[in-house]
Structures are given as structure tokens and as C-alpha cells.
Design a protein around this ligand. Structure first.
Ligand code: AMP
Length: 115
């Protein structure tokens, strides 16, 4: 937990969010500015600043994050049509919150390549 991290504060309950799913390792919330009919952010409870900070020791955590995302996609009814999971690292990719999170996007056709 870092006091200045927005998502740490959401994990701790100090800032409200629309929770989709949570367990002892992972929290999933609706994005405040959705870019698709389903736009959920799946994040570790523990503060990890970005993809670049992941280590081999995070393998189980990452497995859990992707399993949770797949469960949410199923629940949201977007599995059959298709969905995208994306994480941004750094300025050029548009990372705006320095707490690792994976965007789960679906419910519409998604262009490729992304902008
Ligand atoms: P990124 O730009 O990849 O770091 O993604 C950060 C995401 O967090 C953006 O899609 C924002 O819309 C979203 N976001 C920012 N503040 C909140 C919040 N308080 N609750 C939910 N999502 C948020």
C-alpha cells in the first residue's frame, strides 16, 4: 500500500469503486471512463507499479489475474464474441495509474492494431 497510489486507496476502500470481483489477491472494478460496453480493470491488491516490476515470483498472481478476467468475461457475456486484455506500461503506451492493472474490454468490435 502506498498512500499516494490511487488504486491502493481503492483496494483499501478509501476511494469508492464499482467492484466486479475480489479475492485475497485480486480486485476487479469497472473503469470510471469506460471505452467499451464492458471495461473492467483487474489488478493485484499488492502495489506493483507496472508490468516492468513483475518477477518470476509473480507467476501465481498473474495466473490468478488472467483467470479472474476470463471468469468476468464469461459472466459479462462477452466470451463468445470476443474480448481483449491489455496493460499499458509507461508514457508512450499511455499508462496513467502507476499500479499494475489489466484492462478487460469487450461488448463491441475492437480495432487492431490499437492506436
Ligand atoms: P492506464 O491509462 O492504462 O494506466 O489506465 C488507467 C485507467 O484507470 C483508465 O482507463 C482510467 O479511466 C481508470 N481510472 C482512473 N481513475 C479511476 C477510478 N477512480 N475508478 C476506476 N477507474 C479509474
Amino acid at each position: 500500500m502506498t498512500e499516494t497510489c490511487l488504486f491502493c486507496r481503492i483496494v483499501a476502500g478509501g476511494i469508492p469503486s464499482t467492484k466486479v470481483r475480489e479475492d485475497d489477491q485480486v480486485l476487479a472494478i469497472r473503469d470510471i471512463a469506460p471505452q467499451a460496453p464492458t471495461h473492467v480493470l483487474v489488478m493485484p491488491r499488492r502495489h506493483v507499479a507496472s508490468l516492468a516490476d513483475l518477477t518470476d515470483g509473480d507467476a501465481a498472481l498473474l495466473g490468478r489475474i488472467f483467470a479472474v478476467a476470463a471468469e468476468i468475461a464469461r459472466d459479462e457475456g462477452i466470451e463468445a464474441e470476443g474480448y481483449r486484455i491489455v496493460a499499458n506500461h509507461g508514457r508512450a503506451a499511455g499508462q496513467s495509474v502507476d499500479h499494475l492493472h489489466f484492462h478487460l474490454l469487450g461488448g463491441r468490435d475492437l480495432a487492431w492494431p490499437p492506436g
